[in-house]
Design a protein around this ligand. Structure first.
Ligand SMILES: *[C@@H]1O[C@H](CO)[C@@H](O)[C@H](O)[C@H]1NC(C)=O
Ligand SMILES: *[C@@H]1O[C@H](CO)[C@@H](O)[C@H](O)[C@H]1NC(C)=O
Ligand SMILES: *[C@@H]1O[C@H](CO)[C@@H](O)[C@H](O)[C@H]1NC(C)=O
Ligand SMILES: *[C@@H]1O[C@H](CO)[C@@H](O)[C@H](O)[C@H]1NC(C)=O
Length: 268
């Protein structure tokens, strides 16, 4: 696992450096278990045309398949690759079924006729990312909270906190042995929904965090914070308003003069 992860990281770098900028090498990112088709661009194979398919994790130096005099062969030259290969009789294009991370690497079709042309591919196979795990409840202060999100690292993996579409923070590491962790500080009580997303170029997984659901202790009067205080003030002023209105109403009904009654001449 660690070994194939390391290969994938090396390829990520190699493909990134030499592949993306030139169109000589076509970079293809896939997920484990997927099928990949590597196209030769040949429309019709004739008797004279020979195609060699070569593969290697760092260098395409091993013959894995061949079409010659219209006959197809695959070779058992690389870990479990033969059983996954399928060549198209018409075009010589190569399909790799149920691909695994150990089949990440460089694939080349050497197409020989009157002259020889090469089709080069860099295939990067990523495992699906792990589901992020959220640990909450490390109470920093009475109105501040740190929520920690973690996920397994791997080639091309990043871990992010989002609220809605807004990304709050992101982390990644070239050290594949570590677990990625990213803290989120929530400063005040709110109803926001936070998402922790682990992603690589072929997959992503999300775990949701709602602050309120995880902080029942904040409803305690002992954990007073700005929000609670504001709510209490609002309730108190609302009660005072009701009391004032009630007194005024009582005044009018009892026939006593009040400031409001003076303003309505029709009632006089
Ligand atoms: C795909 O490959 C994996 C690992 O080699 C194997 O366990 C699994 O059975 C294969 N699945 C199919 C559908 O061939
Ligand atoms: C982002 O996360 C790092 C730790 O990985 C932390 O030091 C930093 O304060 C965070 N930034 C924000 C804006 O939360
Ligand atoms: C990662 O772990 C493997 C063994 O699990 C070890 O051989 C390797 O040196 C470690 N790599 C780093 C960068 O720590
Ligand atoms: C996660 O994957 C889905 C497709 O499965 C994609 O639509 C979405 O944009 C991805 N999200 C991120 C944050 O990469």
């Amino acid at each position: 696992m660690h070994v194939s992860n390391r290969f994938a990281l090396i390829q990520l770098i190699l493909c990134g450096t030499f592949g993306v900028e030139t169109d000589e090498i076509k970079t293809i990112s896939v997920m484990t278990g997927d099928s990949v088709v590597l196209h030769t661009g040949v429309s019709e194979i004739n008797r004279e045309k020979q195609i060699l398919w070569l593969f290697g994790p760092d260098n395409p130096d091993t013959l894995i398949a061949e079409i010659y005099k219209l006959s197809l062969s695959t070779f058992d030259s690389y870990k479990g690759l033969k059983d996954r290969l399928q060549m198209d009789q018409q075009t010589g294009s190569l399909t790799i079924r149920n691909i695994t991370t150990s089949h990440s690497g460089f694939y080349t079709a050497q197409i020989m006729n009157a002259m020889t042309i090469f089709k080069k591919f860099c295939v990067i196979v990523y495992a699906p990312v792990s589901l992020p795990v959220i640990e909450s409840s490390s109470l920093v202060s009475k109105c501040q909270k740190t929520v920690m999100c973690s996920a397994e690292n791997g080639p091309g993996v990043s871990l992010s906190w989002y609220t809605g579409k807004e990304r709050l923070n992101q982390t990644s590491s070239p050290d594949l042995n570590i677990t990625l962790s990213l803290p989120l500080e929530i400063k005040e009580r709110n109803n926001d929904v936070y998402h922790c997303v682990a992603a690589n170029p072929v997959s992503n997984k999300t775990t949701q965090f709602i602050f309120q659901e995880h902080c029942p202790q904040y409803t305690d009067s002992s954990h007073f914070c700005g929000f609670t205080e504001a709510v209490i003030r609002l309730v108190i002023s609302a009660l005072m308003g009701v009391a004032t209105f009630a007194m005024l109403f009582y005044d009018v009904r009892s026939g006593k003069k009040s400031t409001t009654a003076h303003k309505c001449p029709s009632e006089m």
